[in-house]
Write a protein that binds this ligand. Structure first.
Ligand code: 5RP
Length: 231
């Protein structure tokens, strides 16, 4: 089965958890896109919900489908966020940010009572770290921040480089918040909690893509069906 079909199956499972009147966080990426599409069908059929998108791309998709949108300023507490992930590790630890939306994704997930991740089975790993860890940084002082992130990465046994993410045209990718993204290839992340703390201690780091103790459930679609993983 195609990976895209698996993503849609996982999205459909997450949709079964949506109840009328819920306040929802809407993730970003190709898997979350399926969820938003399916939610749009339910809204068209009369479902009442209020949603906070985690990116401008998702906001545009949701608005186009007629999904009612709000902000965390108006609605600071959400019932459920459904999002994708780049890696799902032990204890439902996650790497996110492949789509450069990690900052808003983390803020929205943290504002939600529950977070469900939807993915195809290729995303499940042990340990985390094959996918380069996205780190959102302020534009000011990029060279100095990169060096300090590199030192943290080396101290945590990184096997690869820390690189500035570039877009197709070769220019730096700029996030919805106006920041840049560094991608740090670790190979294996042995101690995600300590790495998270060390990255947060680097001035200029706005946020990183390690999502720890945020995800409550994952629906993982594979060739043999959908696995439910609970934290
Ligand atoms: C965006 C993300 C995405 O959820 C992550 O990159 C997974 O994307 P996809 O569903 O396309 O594989 O974190 O910032």
């Amino acid at each position: 089965m195609l990976s895209d079909d698996l993503k849609r199956q996982a999205a459909a499972m997450a949709l079964t958890e949506v109840q009328p009147g819920m306040r929802l966080g809407l993730g970003t990426g190709s898997t979350a896109r399926h969820f938003v599409d399916l939610l749009g069908e339910r809204v068209r059929d009369g479902l009442d919900c209020l949603c906070v998108p985690t990116s401008e791309v998702t906001a545009a998709q949701a608005a186009g489908l007629g999904i009612p949108l709000t902000t965390l300023d108006e609605t600071p507490e959400l019932d459920l966020t459904v999002d994708g992930a780049d890696e799902i590790g032990p204890g439902l630890s996650l790497i996110k940010g492949g789509g450069a939306a990690l900052l808003r994704e983390k803020i929205v997930a943290a504002a939600s009572r529950r977070m469900i991740v939807i993915a195809d089975a290729s995303k499940v790993v042990d340990p985390l770290g094959k996918f380069p860890l996205p780190i959102e940084v302020n534009r000011f002082g990029l060279g100095a921040t990169s060096r300090m992130v590199g030192a943290v990465a080396a101290a945590h046994g990184a096997t690869g480089a820390v690189t500035l993410r570039l877009g197709k045209a070769g220019d730096p990718v700029v996030t919805d918040g106006g920041h840049l993204i560094l991608d740090a290839l670790f190979g294996r992340i042995f101690n995600p909690e300590a790495l998270s703390a060390d990255l947060h201690n680097v001035p200029g780091v706005v946020e990183h893509g390690l999502f720890l103790r945020l995800c409550d459930r994952a629906y993982v679609a594979g060739a043999n069906g959908i696995e439910t993983m609970d934290a």
